[in-house]
Design a binder for this molecule. Sequence first.
Ligand SMILES: Cc1ncc(COP(=O)(O)O)c(C=O)c1O
Length: 396
Amino acid sequence: MKRAKKKVKVIEQFESELRNLQNGGLYRSLNVLSPLPETSTRVQWNGQKYTLFCSNDYLGLSRHPRLIKAVKDTVKKYGVGTGASRLISGTTDWHEKLERKLASFKKKESALVFSSGFLANLGIITSLTDKNSLIIIDKRNHASIIDACRLSQATLRVYPHKRLEKLETLLRKSKEYNRTLIITDSVFSMDGDLAPLSEIVRLKEKYGALLMIDEAHATGVFGPRGSGLAEELELEEKIDIIMGTLSKAIGSLGGYVAASRAIIDYVKNKGRPFIYTTSLPAILCAASFEAIQIIEEEWPLREQLWNTTHLVKKSIAAMGFDVGESVSPIIPIVVGEANRAVKMAQYLFDQKIYVPAVRPPTVPSGSARLRITVSAAHTETEVKQLLSVLEKFKNG
Ligand SMILES: Cc1ncc(COP(=O)(O)O)c(C=O)c1O
């Protein structure tokens, strides 16, 4: 009886916390969307059609005929699931082919594929550090990096967003640790701004630290071959560890790390989120391989992405919205309180534009926003529709 009462009390605590979230505009729920055939930018919800300006499918590759063909061509032989983890029987020739492709795409000796980008960050960070290590991260790094640092046994220090004098102060105290790992997103996922990579490289060299960057939002977007911001700044050789995801511009699913052979071998041997999870399906390795091929070959696709990005950002800023320091296809409209962001998202939704509000804890308190993302797949009509709805909102 006592136990039953305790259980009711715990459930009441959950319900009360959920009500608090609702009252603060912080409650999250799922919208079940039906994709429309042959477009990555339009969906259907409750019988109505909406244009998406929130997906990370920056090049529209998730629907590219070559990726779909790659999946169709492999599924018959390889099936859907792999049935085991990488070190048991879950490594196929497609995993190996993709890893070789990623290593050359990132100009590194070796690469390793994970089942998601989140798992990649967990696996890399927890295996490369121990209780005698120091990890230093930018405050706005992605949640998967923060959680990985929490899970590691290392000492964690955080510097305010892009404040390199603070990073240097922390590095000055790094001598007592066996190794120091600096980690930063290259493109910050909620602000669309860039890490000052050249300066961070200078600091990491001065203090003998390792540098790891997360190129989740830069891969397929930056660089002459679309490899990322490290390529754009010609820093690939100076950055020790480059990770990314296959789920954004690459249009598929999975995560990866590219680095020296020794680092990759170490992560393969020590990374629990690599060792103890079922491997990525081979059909998705084949799709990602094809996507990287397209990214390397098709400059016009990236040019289209950048033309739309510049147009949308310039127009939104001219309307008087605060777009922060965005210099990428991630364009935030920062509105402040969570409830205001929810209201704005609802206004756009009523006008058939789908951009959910991003609220704390995903972004700092008081900086709730609409995170608009642009894709090479957006048509001129869709872009005009977005801009005219935002203009109406501003004047309304
Ligand atoms: C910067 C960054 N790193 C890592 C991830 C995780 O990648 P995935 O979605 O493949 O798990 C994301 C995805 O949201 C991200 O934005």
